[in-house]
Design a protein around this ligand. Structure first.
Ligand code: FES
Length: 101
């Protein structure tokens, strides 16, 4: 098959990257994630996990049902919802309060 086949659009991970990962001995989905970086983009694997798992099953000859999803990890610190709001004053940090009011 010719051309670059993208499996993870967020991290620009290709089918060739997956094949290379398996050839290097990283054939577990967690190992592939660490080796290629797939699933670590803004969508956190929502767009690519099933595709990578399917291709990994084909390459390794394992039944797809035996390939579990990788472990989802939360952000290091909780994100206050106000940071996602459109309020222009919501993007100040706690140590910036009341100084300019
Ligand atoms: S497409 Fe893979 S992390 Fe978004």
């Amino acid at each position: 098959m010719a051309g670059k086949i993208i499996l993870c659009r967020c991290e620009d991970m290709t089918l060739a990257d997956l094949v290379h990962s398996v050839e290097r001995g990283y054939a577990d989905i967690e190992e592939v994630k660490r080796y290629t970086g797939f699933g670590t983009g803004p969508c956190q694997g929502k767009e690519c996990l099933a595709l990578v798992a399917t291709e990994l099953a084909k390459i390794t000859g394992k039944p797809p049902a035996t390939i579990p999803p990788f472990t989802a990890r939360p952000p290091l610190a909780p994100t206050p919802l106000k940071l996602l709001a459109r309020d222009p004053g919501a993007h100040r940090f706690a140590d910036e309060t009341d100084a300019d009011e």
